[in-house]
Design a protein around this ligand. Structure first.
Ligand code: IMP
Length: 196
């Protein structure tokens, strides 16, 4: 039985991924737990390319299944910024309170109907025999007017989901995983893996 090593150093993502893939009956390890260190340059032009770059870098060290995700927030009013640069927006180490405040400021005075946005997630898997799979999913929402909620991570406090009347930071982890870009892309990947 192969294990799945997830190629990310982001603790927020690791938490979500372990919950979502939990029912596969396979051991899920973060890169850190597998004792693998890799930080390839994410210089792809798309989420899929970046996810594959991360998965291939870790696959070089193991015979396990390796998965990676690449995700981002696209704000329509800002020409889909920060997009594939979401982690690097305003600098990788800048606190999200500052990044979120900056995005809210850039949308100052913009009405509700023009605040549409989505989280996008691509998942890549590299299988032990070298085959590569990718899936992608999105969640549509709007940018709020202030940070709300303590859950999730990153841009969650400003991402408002109309169906719930809450930001993704106000959803429980279970609720977020059911509807999120990462939850949906991982479920698609689970189906791909069963067929592979
Ligand atoms: P990367 O996929 O590691 O390149 O980083 C994507 C970045 O997009 C994250 O660091 C977050 O800033 C943002 N992001 C992706 N998914 C989410 C999410 O579910 N909630 C909040 N922010 C997210």
């Amino acid at each position: 039985m192969h294990r799945i090593i997830f190629a990310t150093g982001n603790a927020g993502k690791v938490r979500e991924i372990k919950m979502i893939l939990g029912d596969l009956g396979m051991e899920i390890l973060s890169m850190k737990e597998a004792g693998i260190q890799a930080s390839p340059e994410e210089n792809g032009a798309t989420y899929e390319e970046n996810a594959l770059i991360k998965a291939r870098a870790v696959a070089a060290y193991t015979d396990d299944i390796v998965m990676a995700d690449d995700s981002g927030l696209e704000i329509d009013y800002l020409n889909c910024e920060p997009g594939v640069y979401s982690a690097r927006y305003m600098g990788e180490d800048t606190p999200y309170s500052i990044k979120n405040a900056n995005l809210l400021e850039r949308l100052n005075g913009v009405p509700d109907e023009e605040r549409t946005a989505r989280f996008v997630c691509a998942i890549a898997a590299v299988l032990p025999d070298g085959r590569e799979l990718t899936t992608r999913a999105t969640i549509e929402g709007r940018i709020g007017y202030e940070e709300r909620g303590e859950g999730g991570f990153g841009y969650d406090p400003i991402f408002f989901v109309p169906e719930f009347g809450k930001t993704t930071a106000e959803l429980t982890a279970e609720e977020k995983n059911l509807v999120s870009h990462r939850g949906k892309a991982l479920k698609l990947m689970k189906e791909e893996l069963k067929k592979a």
